[in-house]
Design a protein around this ligand. Structure first.
Ligand code: SAH
Length: 289
């Protein structure tokens, strides 16, 4: 007989398929999960945490890095926005004394409240679309601490970023890649490259490879910046016209005649300290007029 269906009771397959695996990745949340345990172990080892250190993990996802932190005796606080993942993370780690979860968005989180009154470090395989925002969140926090004459409680930030962003962060003045992000990184900390993670170690596989870098934050301003807003405006104007000489891109600012800098330079030739000098000289110039 044709079309004789197999009786359900004899079918080797369940009548409907259930997915018992982890929830599928959400692109909108920048979810690319590291799936290579060896790389995860190496990241945690190179980040250099010790037993009893406090670490804020940003976007723990399925917990591949978290597991090494918790096992290694690190006092771990995770901040994860996706409630499907926080459920699984709680199930897996909530019995550990050195694990705590903040369910929500990292961006509005007040970093002073994560480990109240204590020093800590931060770590994350960041959602790529939020990389700059998260870096600037930390930079703003460090500045806030400097302004109240305290060393920042956040001591370092170890992040996995797209390789190209990593190259920009690690570049030096005078290089093609030197830009706003590298300049603020230089102002707020000292950066070190820890390792490369090729795209094949992630699921879903991203189009680009990744790099892990560690930024150690400075305890205080490395040089004087009289007016930070002006310093920022100057940097924005200069890099807004990267190929132009400073005397053109900064034509809207009035510098004193005795300025000790050649304004025929282009912005990628200047260090953060040079921009501070320029900004400070505008103030001084204004004072005398
Ligand atoms: N660390 C994991 C996951 C990386 S994917 C791993 O290496 O496998 C990035 C993670 O950041 C995801 O879990 C995503 O849900 C989370 N995330 C995205 N936006 C976030 C936000 N605004 N605040 C906190 N977590 C966020």
């Amino acid at each position: 007989m044709v079309n004789n269906p197999k009786p359900i009771a004899h079918s080797p397959q369940p009548a409907f398929k259930r997915n018992y695996g982890p929830p599928p990745a959400k692109k909108s949340l920048g979810q690319v999960f590291l799936v290579d345990a060896e790389i995860a172990r190496e990241i945690i080892a190179k980040a250099g945490f010790s037993i009893g250190d406090r670490v804020l993990e940003i976007g723990p996802g399925r917990g591949i890095l978290t597991a090494y932190l918790v096992k290694g005796g690190v006092d771990t606080v995770c901040c994860e926005i996706d409630s499907r993942l926080t459920k699984a993370l709680n199930k897996r780690f909530s019995e550990r004394e050195n694990f705590r979860l903040i369910e929500g968005d990292i961006l509005p989180l007040d970093l002073d409240t994560v480990f109240p009154g204590k020093e800590f470090q931060a770590l994350g395989n960041l959602p790529y679309h939020l990389t700059s925002e998260i870096l600037f969140k930390f930079f703003d926090y460090v500045k806030k601490c400097w302004d109240r004459n305290t060393a920042p409680r956040a001591k370092s930030l170890t992040v996995m970023v797209q390789k190209e962003v990593g190259e920009r962060l690690l570049s030096k003045p005078g290089c093609r890649l030197w830009g706003v992000l590298s300049l603020y990184t230089e102002l707020f900390g000292e950066i070190e490259s820890l390792l490369e993670a090729p795209s094949g170690h992630f699921k879903p596989r991203p189009k680009v490879d990744s790099t892990v870098v560690k930024i150690r934050f400075r305890d205080a301003y490395p040089f004087e910046i009289n007016d930070y807003e002006l310093f920022r405006r100057l940097i924005k104007a200069a890099f807004g016209n990267r190929r132009k000489m400073l005397r053109n891109s900064l034509a809207g600012f009035s510098f004193p005649v005795n300025l000790e800098m050649d304004l025929r330079l282009r912005p990628e030739e200047l260090r953060a300290e040079d921009f501070a000098y320029l900004a400070n000289s505008i103030n001084e110039g204004n004072d005398t007029t």
